[in-house]
Design a protein around this ligand. Sequence first.
Ligand code: C2E
Ligand code: MG
Ligand code: MG
Ligand code: MG
Length: 285
Amino acid sequence: ITIPVGILASLLLAWSVFRIAKTRTAMPAVIKSALKQREFFLEYQPLVELATGRWIGAEALIRWRRTTGEVVPPDIFIPVAEACGLIQQISQYVAKQFASEAGDLFRRYPGFHVGINVAAADIHDEATVLMFRELAAATGAGRNNIIVEATERSFTDHSRAATVIKQMRQEGFPVAIDDFGTGYSSLAYLERIRFDYLKIDKSFVDTVNTDAATSGVVLHIIEMAKALNIEMIAEGVETELQAQFLYEQGVRFGQGWLFGKPMPFSQLLEGLEKSMPMANHQADS
Ligand code: C2E
Ligand code: MG
Ligand code: MG
Ligand code: MG
């Protein structure tokens, strides 16, 4: 029997759509059990000062490796966790996990910064302030050393988000607007909410030194951040040319595969030893 290629292709497509839908609906239960089984862990991506290449901080990024060995990326399971009311449990898990591994990180490197991503539910909930207060106390970090990363797409209720962000800043925690430029009304937020850092989304960094239609946008973002006096962090820097260009335009910090991929905490510490071997002495004196 010969089956036309077209039919075969649509059968295959239907099968994969079915499989994805099946995992999606099963996911809430799977996430719940993964929390119990502690299948989540953190990796840290260096945050670099472009002028010197020094690691001045890191972003904590959640990872999920299932017992089957399958790795599920956060872009897939975070939205599901948000939709089914499990996100706060995940945020607590991340905070606890970080506190448990941070050890004497901040004592040895007093100037180090760690970025923690918060979800939509967190940025609308005043209890998040408490979570960060506890995190600072548990790790011995100065509040100024823990950066709250909130993506602008998560601001559903502007005035509530603004209240929580304002409170975080009053408590001394710097707040970064993440994935800047990817939401619906980036400019409106900047007018209403004060931020400490603006993370230029990778999609704009990608256009540097290309002739893509959007390649001029990154310059406008930079100009605006300068006018508002917000420190910038470029995300997803992959080439020396991008780093050079951004630095010349006045972007102070960067993150990306050029400098380092997300890595286990132990590896971050090893890198820090090499990058800032003097920090020990500074902390001791
Ligand atoms: P994000 O906060 O914007 O994090 C940056 C993402 O870009 C990370 O993806 C990182 O691995 C990736 N990245 C960094 N540099 C490069 C590069 O040079 N090239 C490429 N191709 N990618 C790069 P990841 O770890 O998959 O995280 C995706 C998103 O999931 C994060 O975006 C954040 O929104 C969310 N997320 C991660 N961890 C957490 C968490 O603990 N809590 C919450 N609520 N969300 C999290
Ligand atoms: Mg982030
Ligand atoms: Mg981002
Ligand atoms: Mg992102």
